[in-house]
Ligand binder design. Sequence first.
Ligand code: NAP
Length: 474
Amino acid sequence: MLNVPSQSFPAPRSQQRVASGGRSKVPLKQGRSLMDWIRLTKSGKDLTGLKGRLIEVTEEELKKHNKKDDCWICIRGFVYNVSPYMEYHPGGEDELMRAAGSDGTELFDQVHRWVNYESMLKECLVGRMAIKPAVLKDYREEENKVLNGMLPKSQVTDTLAKEGPSYPSYDWFQTNSLVTIAIYTKQKDINLDSIIVDHQDDSFRAETIIKDFLYLIHIGLSHEVQEDFSVRVVESVGKIEIVLKKKENTSWDFLGHPLENHNSLIPRKDAGTEIVKPYTPVSGSLLSEFKEPVLPNNKYIYFLIKIYHTGLFTPELDRLQIGDFVSVSSPEGNFKISKFQELEDLFLLAAGTGFTPMVKILNYALTDIPSLRKVKLMFFNKTEDDIIWRSQLEKLAFKDKRLDVEFVLSAPVSEWNGKQGHISPALLSEFLKRNLDKSKVLVCICGPVPFTEQGVRLLQDLNFSKNEIHSFTA
Ligand code: NAP
C-alpha cells in the first residue's frame, strides 16, 4: 500500500501539531524563514541594541519595552529583545506581543515548550532579571536567612574554588503556579543521571554530580509545593531545571532558607566512602489485595534488604533515619520480558535474598502470561526464620493453583519435615518436570554466586538449553 500524505497532515498527534498548539501558523514574508533567522543571528548584527553588553533588568525596566519595535520578554529569568525576531516567528507577531514587557514563561511553556529558545534567541539576550539588592548579602552574615537567586561564591573555601571545576551556581524563577530552580553546572556533559532531587514537605535537596564533585542545593522552601516535580536538562549549556508546582498560586518573596551544606561543592571522596551495591526492586507485596496503588510517576521503589550485622554496608543502611539520603542509580540488567512470550512452564530457583528478582517475575507471570500453565518456586534457605515472605507465598500458592512452592532448608531444626540440603541433581531432576514434553520452559536462578553457578551447571546437565536458563548475577 502506498503511503499517501493525507489532508490531515500533520497527523492529529504528531509533534508538529502538538508543537503548534493547534494554532494556525501565520504566513511569513519572503526572506523570513528559519534559515534566514539563523543567517541573521550569525551575521554579527547587534540584535539587542546593547552592543553585546548584558544588563540586569528590573521589573520596571522590563515593563517599558512593550511595543513591537521595542519588545522585551522574560523567559525563566532571562530577558530577550524579541523585536528583531517578530517577523520570523511562525506563530506571528501578535502571539509574541501577548508577553511583551512581561514574564512570558508560562505562556511559553503552554505554546512553545519544545522550542530550544536558548539557542534560537541567543543573540537577542539582553540580560537577566535583577535580584532584589537586600538578598544579595551572604546568608551566613544574616540573621534572617533568605535565598533569592544566586549566592556569592565567597561561601566556598578558596581551595575548593581553585581546585574544583568552574564553579556551578543556581538561580530561581517563578510564575503564578510554578517555581523553577535552575542549576548552571558549567559542564556540557551533564545528563539526567547526574542529578538526584529529593523534596519532602518544605525541605528541598538537589545533588548534582559534576566530575569528581557533588554540588548541593539544600533549601527549606518558603512555601509549600506539591509532591510532583519535573527535571529537565539543557545539555548544550549544562543547565538543569527543576520545576516545582506551588501548592497555592501566590507570589513568593524569596525561595527559602539555606539548610546544611547548601550551595556547596564537595569533592566526592570527602562526601564519605562511596559504596555501590545492586539491589533488585520488588513489589510492595506478592498478593494483589495488598498491592500499593500505582502512584503517578512511580514515586515509590521497594527494596527487600537483608541486614548482615557483621557486614560493612548493610549495618550502615540499617542506621539510616527518615530524612537521610542514599543515591540511587538508573536500573541495570539484561532480563527481557520477551522471554515470557508463549511461556508454559516457569521454574524459579532462589536462595536467600536471591528471592528478590522472583517477586516481580511472580507478579507478572501470574497476571500477564495467558499461555502459562505452571510456576514452580524452589526456595533454598538456612532455617525457617530465613524464609522471606513465607506466608505470602503460601497464600499465593493457595489462591492460584498454577503456583507450587517448595522450601528447602540447609540447617533446619529436627522438627522440619520439608526438604533439606543444598541444590543438587536429585532435587532438581525431581522438581523440574515439564508439563508436556515440548512445552516452552524458562528457568530463572538467583542466589549466592557459587549457588547460581552450580545451579546453571546442573541445569545444563539436565539438558536445558541456554535460552531456557536465566541466571541473575550480582
Ligand atoms: P544465605 O542465607 O547465605 O544462603 C541461602 C541458601 O543458599 C542457604 O541454604 C545456603 O546454604 C545456600 N548456599 C549458600 N552458598 C551456597 C553454595 N555455595 N552452594 C549451594 N548452596 C549455597 O543467602 P543470602 O545471605 O541471602 O545471600 C543471597 C545472595 O544472593 C547474595 O550473595 C546476594 O548478593 C545474591 N543476590 C543476587 C541478586 C541478583 O543478582 N540480582 C539479587 C538478590 C540477591 P548454607 O546454609 O550452606 O549457607
